[in-house]
Design a protein around this ligand. Structure first.
Ligand SMILES: [Zn+2]
Length: 377
């Protein structure tokens, strides 16, 4: 494992893209955009064309576009912005099972709806959701493969059903994190091919006894069905000069967003610095810890990477924060998860350790694993 020479990204992120000088893709796109200032006139012209296209294709429902929302900072910002630029969006929220969704998450979704948006709530059956999560954890070491698929697949499914072909997403993860989504601009049509979504087929995440019809909301429509429906998936963040964590959080908070507070906001408990992320679910904190054990980087690395690229902290300061907080997860979140999955904590740790990337860690005399010293450079 190596870290980017300019920020702190690691090259263990699946489908990462470092150049021959050891610099990551997000750093390269930042330096590119700062050298040749972005042509906002050009982007505005493209956005105008997309707005006209959405309105022209709005179909009998009268909605111009679909926006997937959780009620968090980014989706609240997207919905407000879409309305600002004259679009009439239909919001689609694929919610976690009641045992998983936090009260704060439910309140934030209610808040967004109360801001005056028509919203469809998709709630896949908790029993299947739980089985899928247990299976993804055991077979892939990741809790969220299946639920992430439902989160994204529910958008084209609804778009086709309601004849609303324009789908707006937030930022292009290819530009912000270097994830391969088949595009480095505003085009999100290829996103189902990104690594964690497995081409949009849930079978890989399911157990043999699960019926196909139990996986409906987890299955992306086929390429044919998407083409026939003329779907157009667009990263709205590409057109907004201030679509970032800081501004999105500020605007969403001004519109009623509740953030993490108290013990649930301490970096040593949640493994990261931001208090306005993962608002609707605590299991994601456990998943970040699992990612850290597997690949040697967690939420804190990702946050510091963005901060260093935006000149909000030095690389050295960032590495110190990573040393202190990356991969941390309060035991109460693990307890909540194992209760939910009906799994003992021993079994949880056995599976988690099975996926540990032992090449990134040293074990001390007390049996505790530490990231190798040279990986803090
Ligand atoms: Zn970098």
């Amino acid at each position: 494992m190596r870290r980017c020479k300019t920020c702190v990204e690691t090259d263990t992120r699946p489908t990462t893209d470092f150049d021959e000088h050891g610099v990551c893709l997000p750093c390269r796109s930042v330096s590119l955009t700062s050298v040749e200032a972005i042509d906002w006139d050009e982007r505005n012209a493209i956005l105008k064309e997309i707005i006209v296209w959405g309105k022209a294709h709005s179909g009998p429902s009268g909605y111009d576009c679909i926006i997937g929302v959780s009620g968090g900072k980014d989706s609240t910002r997207q919905a407000l912005y879409a309305r600002e630029i004259g679009l009439n969006p239909l919001l689609v929220s694929c919610v976690y099972p009641p045992e998983q969704q936090t009260k704060r998450g439910a309140a934030n979704l209610a808040n967004l709806i109360e801001l005056g948006f028509d919203t469809i709530v998709v709630a896949p059956a908790p029993q299947i959701s739980k089985k899928l999560m247990r299976n993804c954890f055991k077979s892939l070491g990741n809790l969220f493969n299946a639920s992430e698929l439902a989160l994204y697949a529910s958008l084209p499914i609804t778009a086709i059903a309601y004849n609303i072909p324009l789908i707006l997403l937030g930022e292009n993860p290819g530009l912000s994190f270097g994830t391969d989504v088949g595009s480095r601009d505003y085009n999100g049509n290829k996103m189902k091919n990104m690594n964690t979504l497995q081409g949009g087929d849930p079978r890989r995440f399911a157990t043999d006894e699960m019926e196909d019809n139990q996986l409906y909301w987890y299955r992306y429509p086929s390429d044919d069905a998407m083409e026939r429906a003329d779907l157009r998936i667009v990263y709205l963040g590409y057109f907004m000069s201030d679509f970032n964590d800081h501004t999105n959080a500020r605007i969403a908070i001004e519109h009623g967003l509740q953030v993490r507070m108290g013990e649930d906001a301490k970096p040593e408990n949640i493994g990261g610095l931001a208090t306005e992320v993962a608002l609707d679910d605590d299991f994601v904190i456990v998943n970040q810890m699992l990612k850290y054990m597997k690949f040697g980087f967690g939420k804190c690395t990702q946050e510091v990477g963005v901060a260093v690229r935006n000149h909000l902290m030095s690389r050295e300061e960032g590495l110190e924060l990573i040393r202190r907080y990356d991969g941390k997860c309060h035991p109460k979140y693990i307890k909540a998860l194992t209760d939910y999955l009906e799994m003992s904590e021993d079994e949880f740790w056995e599976i988690a350790e099975h996926y540990r990337g032992v090449e990134f860690f040293d074990r001390d005399d007390a049996g505790v694993w530490h990231l190798k010293e040279e990986l803090y450079r």
